[in-house]
Ligand binder design. Structure first.
Ligand SMILES: [Fe+2]
Length: 238
């Protein structure tokens, strides 16, 4: 079980796993892994490879609003019709993505995950009654000819109160995909971890000094197609 609080530039970074949230890690990974096979290509992230162009990742997104009631939390799903980020790169332009499959968003263990993350945020920032999550289900793939990257924009922020840059569900046939945290100079590496299936990071984003990225993945020798499957959460306190 993993649930560590690490202090970086006087900010708390949480390194945790599903087990620590009371989730049956092996079962949820087994149940959710196949849903990554059906993810649609991210047509907004098409890059040139040799003489052709092709998407470099698959992705779907769904919004969740968590509202505190007297003694529990209510979770409501909402479609994210247009996604754009409050940042100063091309991620600010409106993008449309397919919705995450109901097999994922209605999975009770997935709801438990959202509640678990809300609880972790509450530990360092108590007193809120409402949270908005944008959940990203993403597959990054690599072939021997091309690496795959989930941070084509480089070291960045996402423009939200908190982020879970990655909760890893699957790493197969790859090396790389190292989660990294930097300070405002965006040069000195302050933290890095290669998250394994079931493991995740949580930290403050837009108002703090921390920036993040994930390094590209590449296939291991003799493998034709490697993948890194993750959920990422952008979280706003409302
Ligand atoms: Fe990010």
């Amino acid at each position: 079980m993993l649930n560590e609080e690490i202090e970086i530039l006087h900010r708390k970074v949480r390194l945790f796993d599903l087990e620590s949230l009371g989730i049956n890690q092996n079962k949820v990974i087994r149940d959710l892994k196949p849903t990554f096979e059906e993810l649609p290509f991210d047509e907004h992230d098409v890059r040139v490879l040799g003489y052709s162009q092709r998407p470099f990742r698959s992705r779907a997104i769904t919004g969740f609003i968590l509202t505190k009631t007297k003694d529990s939390w209510l979770i409501k799903q909402e479609e994210v019709k247009v996604f754009s980020q409050t940042v100063e790169d091309k991620r600010a332009s409106p993008r449309r993505f397919k919705r995450i499959s109901q097999n994922v968003s209605n999975n009770p263990e997935f709801e438990k995950l959202l509640l678990g993350v809300a609880h972790l945020i509450n530990l360092q920032c108590p007193g809120f009654n409402r949270l908005k999550f944008i959940a990203h289900q993403v597959r990054i793939f690599a072939t021997p000819e091309s690496k795959g990257s989930n941070s084509p924009e480089g070291i960045h922020k996402d423009g939200y109160d908190f982020v879970v840059p990655a909760l890893v569900i699957n790493r197969q046939g790859i090396t790389g995909g190292e989660s990294q945290i930097y300070g405002p100079d965006k040069e000195k590496l302050l933290f890095s971890a290669t998250l394994q299936p079931g493991q995740a990071l949580l930290h403050e984003d837009k108002n703090g000094p921390l920036y993040h990225q994930v390094t590209p993945i590449e296939t291991t020798a003799g493998i034709d197609y490697g993948v890194r499957d993750i959920f990422g959460f952008d979280i706003k306190l409302v």
